[in-house]
Design a protein around this ligand. Structure first.
Ligand code: CMP
Length: 143
């Protein structure tokens, strides 16, 4: 299964703006199977651990505040070439640079409030998926 999954979060801004349904529809329409899905609010501590790789960045503290400011939707997505294909679907981190038709172009408010997170490698996808979902909460599509 490794290599076929990615991890995503619909961030607090997009949840607050009622875009959960439209974003999940775009994900399904792009051919991703939803393996796991839940809505929850991250504690500051959990958000800090999830984004620890960015701890030296100037935006880290404000990112943690934002990511713990309201509910998020977390999901594991399955598709051949999942990490790369999902990054194409969401578009560039900075919505000003995101292509037309991407999730961030449609729903991001700023580089921080950029609607969704997507894993940046297969290794990260495995770690991020495990951060949120145990095996009993995963429902893979069988070949
Ligand atoms: P994400 O894909 O979740 O990974 C790290 C997050 O940090 C990113 O999306 C943005 O929300 C945020 N981020 C990245 N670069 C900046 C920046 N220059 N200023 C503010 N936030 C940023």
């Amino acid at each position: 299964m490794a290599g076929d999954i990615t991890f995503t979060m619909i961030k607090p801004g997009a949840v607050k703006n009622e875009h959960i349904g439209e974003i999940l529809a775009m994900i399904n329409q792009a051919g991703f199977h939803i393996v796991s899905l839940k809505m929850m609010r991250l504690s500051k501590d959990s958000a800090a651990k999830f984004y620890a790789v960015h701890k030296d960045k100037p935006f880290y503290e404000s990112l943690i505040d934002f990511m713990s400011s309201g509910p998020i939707v977390a999901a594991i997505l399955q598709k051949e070439n999942a990490v790369e294909d999902y990054r194409k679907l969401i578009g560039a981190t900075d919505p000003a640079k995101a292509e037309e038709g991407t999730i961030r172009k449609r729903f991001a408010e700023s580089i921080q409030r950029n609607a969704v997170h997507g894993s940046d490698s297969d290794e990260t996808a495995q770690w991020e998926a495990a951060f949120f979902f145990p095996e009993i909460e995963r429902f893979y599509k069988e070949p």
